[in-house]
Write a protein that binds this ligand. Sequence first.
Ligand SMILES: [Zn+2]
Length: 324
Amino acid sequence: MSELHKFIFDGLPVRGQLVRLTDAWQDLLRRRAANTQTGAYAPPVAELLGEMAAAAVLMQAGIKFDGALVMQIAGDGPVKVAVAEVQSDLRLRATASVTGPVAPGARLADMVNAHGKGRWAITLDARQRQKGQPPYQGVVPLADERGAHLQSLAAVIEHYMRQSEQLDSTLVLAADEQTAAGLLLQRLPAQGQRNLSQSHVEREGESDGDDYRRLSILARSLKREELLGLAPEAILHRLFWQEQLLRFAPLTGEAGPRFACPCSRERMAAMLKSLGRPEAESVLAEQGRIEVGCDFCGRQERFDAVDVASLFTPMTQPQPGSLQ
Ligand SMILES: [Zn+2]
């Protein structure tokens, strides 16, 4: 089952999270594979999208915010767009649109930064956003300060966190066809924000920076196979068995990360309506019906002439028999 674990290091200004998406991730991949218009993701694309989904859960769970966190890459290569969206209650969905061949073993830059124009963005779309107030958005190139292409999604996000939030972060991500997982450590911003009791009196002489660096090195020693293959307990023990780890109850099941897509036939109908009657009728005339699909969950809805007519005729009730 998919799960999220949060923990702190007693007496040290460092907090951590570990996410492991299994059923939620497999569900997402299965839906994509069943979509006859797209087919399954090539393995490198699935890996990128899985890492985005894991990272988006970690970022959403690390902030106090009510709304959707949307992580997006506007690609400059065969992957044009990749999106992972996580709600405050950890419902998640993700999709990528791929317009060209992706070679086996393709790396981040090959897929989304072929000409140096790829961008990574994060959007916080609050549920209670005031009308006219735009959502918060942060955008960074897929390169460091010197313009060198960053070779991993984790490096891009660490770079963003350091620049925008002034937070030292250590992020380890991995994904395959079964699991998408991530480990995040963050150094708490200010002095005086030590976790709970000052139980590490013997460490008082050691600076916070040394503590964070030590824990960061431990976190980075986690191998891909371990992050994907070991249970969270085993990972935390393997890395931090010498540390005083305080753990919160894991979030799993209906409280944890899970796949959900809020799309519906009604929303698709509203979108058709916004296209306008002439446009809708011209598609109808050409194809005899309008097919609308959701890229996130694979839902396909078909609107025939009667459905379309009822959309643009407010007094007419939708015809129940006209679905299909
Ligand atoms: Zn959907």
